[in-house]
Design a protein around this ligand. Structure first.
Ligand code: AMP
Ligand code: MG
Length: 299
């Protein structure tokens, strides 16, 4: 039986479903969840109205963790096929305020993935060499090759968020970047990359707790930068910059998802659902075996 979403008539894997003349239909919870998290192209994310503390995707933490385990395994199997197929690629962009859980998401969601076909790239303050080029230069160079999954821990969105809030470039400079970014991501998609962008939506209160924990815990203190406090003071400016950037760049070809990030398990589960959904839609295929292999026996 095909599982379809009753509200938009799409199969669970995202492909449109033809009328099946009275067949039983199920609402797919996953699909509803993704719809809720997705920022429709042309609309604002309304970050103020989205609750970072919400527990979505599973009735309890225990069930959420069980579902996450399933998704982690599924992702591993799908990534194996993506690498074998070696014709298309996936780019996952993770953005969020300090301590929103970008590192933790990568650790928990990608545990089932073969490191051979996966690349995690962290973008820090641009170096002198990077600044000597256009801002997309260093980003394009790290985009996934065919068969690869690349995860960006921060990205070119720093060039319209951090650069804007810290006043590193003039107003007219960051403003015109939205158009470059839409075009850049269109290029990636046209050439075979699936682009998924996720904003980890953390509350200011939860950030406060997490930054304090970083200061207090010697195992975590290395992550704390004095500059993090300056950024925290400019919370509203960052929130505005994200609001604008997400509205301007959530497109049909590269949509944004806003994931509630105050609870780690909810965040991990939501990201895993989004990622597995994207891989399922791609439906990567193993290459045809060599015809000469038929009937061969290994002796
Ligand atoms: P972290 O991810 O905590 O290691 O910190 C990386 C830092 O680099 C953050 O403060 C980012 O805002 C900053 N960063 C990354 N890319 C850029 C960029 N293009 N322009 C300005 N700051 C950036
Ligand atoms: Mg940091």
């Amino acid at each position: 039986m095909t599982r379809v979403c009753v509200s938009c008539e799409r199969a669970e894997n995202g492909s449109p479903v033809r009328s099946v003349g009275g067949g039983t239909r199920l609402v797919t919870k996953t699909h509803d969840l993704l719809k809720e998290l997705r920022v429709e192209p042309g609309s604002a994310p309304d970050l103020d109205r989205r609750d970072p503390d919400v527990r979505i995707g599973a009735p309890s933490k225990q069930e959420g963790l069980a579902r996450l385990q399933e998704l982690v395994e599924r992702l591993g199997a799908l990534q194996y096929r993506l690498a074998a197929e070696a014709t298309r690629s996936v780019l996952l962009v993770l953005q969020g305020m300090d301590a929103s859980g970008k590192d933790g998401t990568i650790r928990h969601v990608l545990t089932g993935v073969n490191p051979q076909g996966c690349r995690v790239v962290s973008f820090d303050v641009p170096t002198t060499t990077e600044l000597a080029h256009d801002y997309l230069w260093r980003v394009h160079a790290q985009c996934p090759a065919r068969g690869e999954l690349a995860v960006f821990n921060r990205s070119h969105y720093e060039d319209v968020v951090a650069a804007r809030v810290r006043g590193l470039v003039a107003d007219g400079v960051w403003r015109r970047r939205y158009e470059h970014i839409r075009g850049f991501e269109r290029l990636l998609v046209d050439e075979g990359t699936t682009v998924i962008k996720i904003f980890l939506h953390l509350s200011r209160e939860e950030q406060g707790k997490r930054l304090q924990e970083r200061l207090d815990n010697p195992e975590k203190r290395w992550k704390f930068r004095v500059g993090d406090l300056d950024d925290r003071k400019r919370w509203d400016d960052y929130a505005n910059a994200y609001e604008d950037a997400i509205r301007e760049t959530s497109t049909e070809w590269a949509p944004w998802y806003v994931v509630p990030a105050d609870h780690n398990w909810v965040r991990n589960l939501a990201v895993a659902e989004i990622l597995v959904d994207a891989f399922e839609r791609l439906d990567p295929q193993l290459p045809e075996p060599d015809p000469g292999l038929e009937g061969l026996e290994v002796i």
